[in-house]
Each structure stands twice: as C-alpha cells, then as structure tokens.
Design a protein around this ligand. Structure first.
Ligand SMILES: C[S@@+](CC[C@H](N)C(=O)[O-])C[C@H]1O[C@@H](n2cnc3c(N)ncnc32)[C@H](O)[C@@H]1O
Length: 297
C-alpha cells in the first residue's frame, strides 16, 4: 500500500525487500528518512502493528499529506470527492497555478493528492524555481479518492511519528533523533531498524530519475548518506539501504556492509528493451539469508 502513486515507490517489490529485512517481530522501532509514499512504512505497520514508526522526507507536500491522512482523513476524503467531480485538463491547469508555497493543512493535501494522481506518469517534479511542471495525464481515469483506501491507511498510522520535512543532509540531527528514539522507547539499538531509500546513483547519464527536488541528489549527498549509515550501524542499529548497482555504490559499501541483489523483471512490457531485467542492490549491516532475490513486476 502506498499513500499516493510515487516515483521510486517500493510497492511492487515489498515481498522481496521484506525477505532481506530483519524479522519484523523483533523490530520495535522503524525509521525511514526517505519515506515518499510510505509503502515500506505501511508494510512494516501491517506486519508488526506494535512497531513505532518514524518517518520523514525532504518533500513538504509529501509530509503535509501524510500528516493529514493521519490526523484529518474524513475532511480529506470529503474535499477530494469534490475535486474529483471537477477533474479536467483545464481544472488541472488551474490547480497548477494555485500551487501552495509552504504546504500546510487539508487544502494543500488535497492539492497534492489531485496533482499527483493526474500528472503524467504520476510524476511530481519541480523546476528550478520550485514550480510543479508536469503535464496532465488525460488517459488516467483512476479514482482520485477511495474512502476505503484512505481509511485503511489511517488505521495503519496509529504508531506513525511524522518528523518535520527536511533534507537528509541534516545528518547530525537525524543521528541525534535516533538516540532520542532509543531513550523515549527504552529499547536496545538492535531493536531499531533504519531503512534508507534515497534517489539512486544513476547507472548511466540518461537512465534514472533523481530529480525529486530542484537541487537533485548528487554524489556528495550519497557520500553523506553512507557516513550516516555507518554511524547508525556503529550505534548498533540494524540498517538497510536500497540503491542502484552503480560502481560507486558497490565500491563505497562493499567493505563495511553486505550487498544483496534484487532482480526486477517486467513481464508485460511492450518492447524487448523494456522487458530487460533491472538489477538493484540492498545494502545491510546484518547478514540476510538470501543472496539474490527476483521480483516479477
Ligand atoms: C526512492 S524515493 C522513496 C520511495 C519510498 N520508499 C516509497 O516506497 O514510496 C526517494 C525519496 O527521497 C526523497 N528525497 C530526495 N532528496 C532527499 C533528501 N536530501 N533528504 C530526504 N529525502 C529526500 C524524495 O522526496 C523521495 O520521496
């Protein structure tokens, strides 16, 4: 389950990922700094309803929408039903112009849910001025709101702690927040599982979408991330990261971590090129049983 369609979301590979993750019954706190549509966090909550879940993302539209699903689902459903009736290419163009600057509250969550459900390829891309710049997908007739879905998400969010939207590069503070989690919950570090799902290191110059925000996510960010992961591993937490199988990733992590490969096959893709398998890695500081996992999308 994902709160909304989200590029790079892990819905299609959840079973594979959880076969590499630690046993959920042993995890008392789950932390996700790149939560996006929260597909992984929702699956943790489904598998272990007692787990305390700490989430955050750089994108303030994402974070505001998750807060509203948790705190104000009924109003969100009501307003989305109204917007669904108005949906058209012209309405989409009007909504684009009404982009909130500092998203806060139900109205801004409605804006985001509408835009993400009707943008081409459900892409949320901002230009260098922070303006949403994706066009309308006139072939998408899927529902923008399903009260049952939002109700289901709301129920899974009982133990969600939504941290303020912010860049992962506030490394020190994030590491501090793990210490706070430990003290608050009085649990051992090995009961804390931190999963990182950052924008991937591109395997080629044209291949991958990394522009989740106007500043991108370059190798300097990847380097900071690898330092944080190492810090948390040294604190005794269980850590895992998804990334591409780019040389930089393999070179940077193979000395201190275990690397597992996740093969993704697209069975129903139209062209042979699109059917090609995609290889990703999952980097961990514990030894997962499996070496290679396949997912059929
Ligand atoms: C691969 S997606 C995560 C997908 C998520 N696991 C899911 O299943 O929906 C990467 C996320 O990283 C976020 N992001 C990009 N740069 C970031 C940064 N510097 N700090 C924190 N989050 C960032 C993006 O907004 C995006 O949601």
């Amino acid at each position: 389950m994902s709160a909304f369609p989200w590029t790079g979301g892990k819905v299609a590979v959840l079973n594979s990922l959880f076969s590499i993750f630690p046993k959920m019954s042993k995890v008392k706190a789950y932390v996700d700094f790149f939560c996006g549509g929260c597909s992984v966090a929702f699956e943790v909550a489904r598998r272990n309803p007692d787990c305390e879940i700490y989430i955050s993302d750089l994108n303030p539209y994402v974070v505001n929408t998750l807060k509203i699903i948790k705190n104000n689902p009924d109003e969100l459903i009501e307003e989305l039903q109204h917007v669904e009736e108005l949906d058209s290419e012209e309405y989409f163009a009007k909504m684009k112009k009404r982009q909130p600057i500092n998203p806060e509250g139900v109205g801004d969550a409605v804006w985001f849910m509408y835009i993400i459900n009707r943008s081409f390829n459900s892409l949320f891309r901002l230009n260098s001025h922070g303006k949403f710049n994706v066009s309308y997908n006139n072939r998408n007739n899927s529902r923008i709101v399903s009260p049952e879905r939002i109700g289901g998400l709301y129920k899974l969010m009982t133990n969600f702690h939504i941290m303020p939207a912010g860049s992962f590069s506030r490394v020190a503070r994030q590491v501090e927040s793990i210490k706070t989690v430990k003290t608050e919950l009085q649990i051992g570090p090995s009961e804390i599982f931190v999963y990182f799902d950052p924008p991937y290191v591109p395997v080629s110059q044209t291949s991958d979408f990394v522009d989740y925000n106007p500043d991108g996510f370059g190798l300097a960010d990847q380097q900071k991330l690898s330092n944080v992961m190492l810090n948390l591993a040294q604190l005794g937490c269980l850590v895992a990261q998804s990334n591409s199988n780019a040389d930089w990733v393999l070179n940077n992590y193979s000395d201190n971590f275990h690397i597992r490969y996740l093969e993704k096959y697209r069975l129903n893709a139209a062209s042979a090129a699109a059917r090609k398998k995609v290889l990703e890695v999952v980097i961990t500081n514990y030894e997962p049983a499996q070496r290679l996992i396949s997912s059929f999308l």
